[in-house]
Design a protein. Structure first.
Lengths: 81, 463, 409
């Protein structure tokens, strides 16, 4: 699964790093580093991370059938601001 | 009639996007999302699907991701014809054709140019070709650099202490490698954030064991008998023995292919209006050529309508969306690109972010936290207004300052803020270097009011 | 016209079961200031969001122009120094960083993730404990004991001490309710429990200082990062904060969740077939029925202009998160519970530097709890709708949630 984090939006709440620690990690207190390609077995945790991001900064595709109940393959990081 | 044309164009028109990276991809997705059903051709000089670049100098060098696996996720299907691994080499505006490196020509009704930038190479070609002299911009660059770093060079020399150079230096230290950084200015990040912040960055360098040489230029690279780099000579007469040199001198805009096309394109990018329509060389706006991303330079209402070139990830996305929307909209429905510049970098475990245009700032004041603790918010002022802000590990406050910038709020910041220290009560000179001496890779280039203006760097009036 | 002030209606217990029409009324005056000396009440999504990131806003009661005795001692009233929830930077940041170094990334990146199996086991044991009963109280038999057990495991309270620990926590949490707080007897019980808990934790802290283990208390007392270690008093104050702030909120999240699902049975059905749906259900719950309805403990250290109203320095500011979460300027059909919405975002955990410390744990707890209740209860039904609520208007949730079901799977 491919993913990207909009690090302009990211404010270091680290929810993704808590919930999917094999994909996302904090480098220091606030900076996020992540693997833009997540392995298949990370699907469920990645879905949790995407949903939990308080600023909707994570876009992932290939989450289809993630059990997140969504028909959408991708969670748009469309900005409602 | 125009509505008829637009309807037909949206149904069966031909759009060509030159540049298959972040801006190109997001533009294509926006076109489809907004109902464009005609033909879409994506042209890219690299033989890869659109991939993301910021991880290349961060997660990849930290060993947390593979250079070959940073492909961008798709927001939707775009049903495009892909011409990857073939660079565009020319544009015929009259015939509405893009020429490709393999001799092919592709016709368009409307064209989006998103060719971005490339790394500025080491100026002496023979030295640039030495084994062990690397750049960092593309996926291939990152893969090569990571391989070399893993092989354990004796000492890495990084030329240029902009954001990219700093991120590489940080990764090297994390891998336990000896690293020297040579920077022409007085401190790292000076071109982008000024000397006050630059000195904080310099402390980070020192604390993390980087051998930082400032106020020097690399005058030459020396090779051994088999063409491998072995040393660098500096302008202060010193010699750095090194077996791996990373040239990090900022970037160059990919506009050479437009030479002679009649488009208003040059080394500073392609001038366009706030609606992303390109200007021709006479300063007349075109109606079928649009520009987005790093290669564009467009006027911004918040910053005195100066033309800004932004090498910012978020700008590429926002501008691509606006350009795509405008490409398939009537003039009344078009939107301006008014994104507030925003930027991030992480180095030595510190998260650095900025909003607005720091290089326009004359003065800076630390409104929260402290430089010494390396956790703070700094606010830049220009002619009595807040023009930009920067944070070190304090990003959650930044959106407040972004709104202050949007409102043109007064500077200095007189109101009380939490965690204001005595040092932050008075503004000080932001200490940007003389703008006629550009340092390595400021992330915002102010390039003057007029699209036909030929000066290389706009010099704002200073007191 | 002759109605009571809006704020008094919101805090009025009679409106506890459904405060949302009042919030809608509230949003008509986005900056509401009904009484001299009373709070400025903020209720629109964007205004709340922006004030949570505004450096002129303080969480420190000493910045109030007029603070009450109660506020200065804090509802925790433990005699401990203030915990980071009521401090501003730089003290807030320092204590929260140290606390975080025992809890999450970058120092303890897998502490919460690695608890998932344990969380599931606790939930299984609690549901197994329903036995042959076909009528249970979700609060007392499930939502209430679950988070206390979790916090015990996290802090490192030995299993054999968990019942004792809970016997102290119960009266303390009960004592937080504004109504019971006025009863002298419950105050005395809570005070006694606090003392006991404090002494117990103190002993545990000393022990962990000597013999560190893989738990949060050990990390807190032995932290050697650039921020140094917490003092024993700070450790105790942080532990009590985690305990209290993390408890009632999680109880309410789970209980509100079950109540909402029982009112929207199609999602309960879907959740039974697809436990992954719990992820979106919990996010939407945090928007639709947030456990913390409002943040009453903020003030401003400068005059603030908002929507043409000047909020004078030192004023009390209430941020009504639950009203912002239903703001039609932000959300399409805000009053509809819709876990399928594309754009789920919320103020349920606050935002900015004080955003909920325990959010990732609360998320996992609620996801696992609701998915398991949905899976194992056959044909669950509400006994009473609305259920009886706790008096508290801030930490709002049912006191009991009685349900019946046909069988346990």
């Amino acid at each position: 699964m491919r993913l990207v984090v909009d690090l302009n939006k990211c404010q270091g709440y680290a929810q993704c790093a808590f919930l999917a620690p094999d994909v996302f990690a904090m480098h220091g207190e606030e900076a996020l580093v992540y693997n833009p390609r997540a392995e298949e077995e990370q699907r469920e945790k990645l879905a949790r991370a995407v949903a939990a991001c308080p600023v909707q900064a994570i876009t992932a595709d290939g989450l289809h059938g993630a059990g997140a109940g969504s028909d959408e393959a991708a969670r748009e990081s469309s900005d409602a601001h | 009639m125009p509505t008829d044309y637009l309807d037909r164009f949206r149904r069966e028109g031909r759009i060509v996007i030159v540049g298959a990276s972040l801006a190109g991809l997001r533009a294509a997705e926006t076109l489809r999302a907004e109902g464009f059903t005609g033909s879409l051709t994506m042209i890219g000089d690299e033989p890869y699907d659109p991939y993301d670049r910021p991880p290349l100098s961060k997660a990849v060098l930290l060993g947390k991701a593979s250079a070959l696996h940073t492909d961008l996720p798709r927001r939707r299907e775009i049903d495009a014809k892909w011409r990857l691994g073939v660079a565009a080499t020319g544009l015929d505006m009259t015939a509405k054709r893009v020429r490709l490196a393999d001799g092919d020509e592709v016709e368009y009704d409307r064209l989006l140019i998103a060719t971005g930038v490339r790394a500025r190479p080491w100026p002496k070609e023979s030295e640039a070709d030495l084994d062990g002299v690397l750049l960092l911009r593309t996926r291939d660059d990152a893969a090569a650099l990571y391989r070399r770093l893993k092989a354990g060079p004796r000492r890495v020399l990084i030329i240029g202490a902009g954001f990219a150079g700093s991120e590489v230096a940080s990764a090297c230290r994390e891998m336990g490698l000896a690293v020297t950084v040579a920077e022409r200015a007085g401190a790292p990040l000076v071109g982008a954030l000024g000397g006050v912040i630059g000195s904080v960055s310099a402390e980070l360098y020192h604390e993390n064991g980087v051998d930082l040489r400032t106020g020097v230029m690399v005058t030459g690279l020396e090779s051994d008998s088999v063409g491998r780099v072995k040393a660098a000579h500096l302008s202060d007469e010193s010699v750095v023995e090194t077996d791996l040199v990373v040239v990090s001198l900022g970037s160059m805009r990919n506009t050479e292919w437009l030479t002679g096309s009649g488009l208003g394109a040059g080394p500073r990018g392609i001038a366009c209006d706030a609606g992303c329509r390109a200007f021709d060389f006479r300063g007349i706006v075109t109606d079928d050529i649009f520009v987005a991303g790093d290669v564009a330079r467009s006027p911004h209402a918040l910053f005195g309508y100066q033309f800004l070139s932004l090498e910012h990830w978020g700008n590429a996305v926002a501008q691509a969306e606006v350009a795509a929307h405008n490409m398939i909209s009537s003039s009344a429905e078009r939107r301006p690109h008014l994104w507030v510049p925003a930027f991030w970098s992480s180095q030595f475990g510190v998260n650095i972010k900025s909003v607005g245009v720091p290089p326009m700032g004359e003065q800076i004041m630390i409104t929260q936290g402290s430089l010494a603790e390396r956790r703070f918010v700094g606010v830049y002022g220009y002619q009595g207004r807040i023009i930009a802000a920067v944070s070190f590990d304090n990003t959650r406050w930044l959106e407040f300052y972004e709104r202050q910038i949007e409102r043109g709020a007064p500077f200095p910041v007189e109101f009380a803020t939490v965690d204001r220290r005595p040092e932050g009560r008075q503004p000080v000179d932001a200490a940007f270097p003389d703008p006629s001496l550009p340092t390595h890779g400021p992330t915002v280039t102010l390039s003057g009011y007029s699209p036909s203006d030929r000066q290389l760097v706009f010099t704002p009036a200073r007191h | 016209m002759s109605q009571a002030p809006l704020l008094r209606q919101i805090t009025d217990y009679a409106n506890r079961a459904d405060p949302y029409p009042l919030y809608e009324e509230l949003r008509k005056t986005p900056v509401l200031h009904e009484e001299e000396g009373g709070p400025y009440v903020i209720s629109s999504y964007w205004d709340i969001e922006s004030l949570l990131h505004d450096p002129r806003i303080s969480s420190d009661f000493t910045n109030l122009a007029v603070a009450s005795e109660d506020e200065l001692s804090g509802p925790e009233a433990t005699g401990l120094p203030p915990s980071f929830i009521r401090l501003d930077p730089p003290e807030h940041d320092r204590l929260r960083r140290i606390a975080n170094s025992s809890f999450g990334p970058p120092h303890r990146p897998t502490r919460i993730d690695s608890m998932r199996g344990e969380l599931a086991q606790i939930v299984t044991d609690l549901i197994d404990g329903f036995g042959d009963a076909r009528k249970i109280d979700v609060v007392d038999q499930f939502a209430y004991p679950f988070p206390v057990t979790v916090i015990c495991r996290l802090l490192g309270v030995p299993r054999e001490d968990e019942p004792r620990f809970r016997s102290w926590v119960d009266p303390i949490v009960a004592g937080l309710d504004p109504d019971t707080r006025t009863s002298a007897e419950s105050m005395k019980t809570a005070q006694e429990a606090r003392l006991q808990l404090g002494m117990y934790l103190n002993g545990l802290v000393e022990q962990r200082a000597r013999e560190p283990r893989e738990d949060m208390l050990s990390d807190l007392v032995n932290s050697h990062g650039p921020d140094g270690a917490m003092t024993t008093m700070e450790v105790l104050s942080t532990a009590v904060l985690l305990l209290i702030a993390g408890h009632e909120t999680t109880v309410n999240l789970i209980t509100n969740g079950m109540l909402t699902l029982l009112r929207h049975p199609e999602y309960l059905r879907r959740l039974r077939d697809d436990p992954g749906l719990s992820v979106k259900i919990v996010e939407e719950l945090l928007r639709y029925e947030p456990p913390v309805q409002l943040v009453p403990q903020r003030t401003c250290i400068a005059d603030i202009e908002l929507r043409g109203v000047t909020i004078p320095k030192g004023s009390r500011i209430w941020l009504v998160l639950a009203a912002g979460n239903r703001d039609p300027e932000r959300f399409h059909e805000p009053d509809r519970f819709d876990p399928d919405r594309e754009d789920i975002q919320h103020l349920g955990f606050g935002s900015g530097i004080h955003s909920c410390f325990g959010a990732p744990l609360a998320r996992l707890e609620a996801q696992i709890a609701l998915a398991e209740l949905a899976r194992r209860l056959d044909n669950p039904r509400l006994v009473e709708d609305p259920p009886p609520y706790r008096p508290n208007a801030v930490l709002r949730g049912p006191r009991h949630l009685e349900i019946t079901f046909d069988a346990l799977r």
